[in-house]
Design a protein around this ligand. Structure first.
Ligand code: HPA
Ligand code: ZN
Length: 326
């Protein structure tokens, strides 16, 4: 009520959103029809019923099939514009948007098709809505290093339209160090660096994200709390964690939102932000994530304001851009 009103009114940045994870079931079916693609589900309702996940991998299995309806530049444009309109309605003023090029190039879609469509939506949304949006290319960690290197080669041709490189997909068994050389090259090319770590994987993967890859932020990072030395390091260096409460609930990273570690993270001085991850799959956009976790943890108004403010500190913005956005 009051809390939800405050959440809705606050300007915020979204720093952990996979654009393919904003593909709503209705759009999956509309694009399947437009592109003559057969789906393993016969209705929107059947697809929604598939959204009962026991783990990250259960989700990823559905996520990669869902994104297979994206074929043309127009599809990527429609997807990103729909998300940016929805984010704007939540008072999001700045978005750093992940996309998974290998989820598309592996199906024969050109890297250019993906980037052209997404970046055209970002430009248009900036002009029409005033929302700022940039693109972060993620490397799929379940694939090999050579595939990642080829993807980075493709990204270099679009250096002006991609601000960063991240790491996502199946975490367990795919430690950050697997991509040490890819991230070193990305750093040399001037990309900002990010990695999912400590969602299902151990604290050691968070250490590797920091010390081997040299990331500017850790995506999720929940399991960092198991290691006090790591927590001290994250707090000391003010390394932002992009936390995603509804994702954590739906992927069983937490068993109940009342047990979500967000409050502990704040109390330990960690630079936490609240984000939606894959809003079409996990039951809510960014304000839904703020409201749900605030209710479950009984966060105060000043906690909520601190979380929204933290999203600006954690964003890849200059001080001038931050001042202009606020
Ligand atoms: N974790 C790992 N990979 C992902 C996620 C996630 O939460 N969402 C989309 N790809
Ligand atoms: Zn994610």
């Amino acid at each position: 009520p009051d809390r939800d009103h405050l959440v809705a009114c606050l300007p915020k940045c979204e720093l952990h959103i996979h654009i393919e994870g904003s593909l709503e079931p209705e759009m999956v079916f509309a694009l399947a029809r437009r592109n003559h693609i057969r789906l393993p589900w016969d209705s929107v309702e059947a697809l929604r019923r598939a959204y009962a996940f026991g783990s990250l991998q259960d989700f990823l299995d559905v996520y990669y099939v869902g994104m297979s309806v994206l074929v043309t530049e127009h599809d990527f444009y429609d997807l990103a514009l729909a998300y940016l309109r929805r984010a704007h309605a939540d008072n999001v003023v700045h978005v750093e948007m992940f996309f998974d090029p290998q989820g598309h190039t592996s199906r024969g879609i050109a890297f250019d098709t993906v980037v052209n469509g997404l970046s055209r939506a970002c430009t248009q949304a900036r002009e029409e809505l005033g929302i700022r949006a940039s693109l972060i290319m993620c490397v799929l960690r379940h694939l090999d290093e050579a595939d990642a290197q080829r993807t980075l080669d493709a990204a270099l041709a679009h250096r002006d339209r991609i601000v960063g490189v991240g790491l996502d997909s199946s975490e367990k068994g795919n430690p950050p160090e697997k991509f040490a050389r890819v991230f070193a090259r990305a750093r040399d090319a001037g990309f900002s660096l990010f990695a999912h770590a400590g969602e299902e994987g151990p604290p050691d993967y968070v250490w590797q994200a920091l010390d081997v890859l040299g990331v500017a932020r850790v995506d999720h990072g929940n399991r960092a709390l198991e290691d006090d030395v790591l927590v001290a390091r994250l707090a000391r260096d003010r390394v932002p964690l992009t936390v995603c409460p509804l994702s954590n609930l739906r992927l069983r990273v937490v068993d109940d939102l009342r047990h979500h570690p967000l409050r502990h993270m704040m109390e330990k001085g960690l630079a936490v932000t609240v984000n939606s991850d894959d809003p079409a799959y996990f039951g809510g956009y960014v304000n839904d994530n703020f409201s749900a976790v605030a209710r479950a943890l009984d966060l105060s108004a000043s906690d909520i304001v601190a979380l929204a403010r933290s999203s600006f500190t954690a964003a890849m913005m200059t001080d001038a851009e931050r001042a202009a956005a606020l």
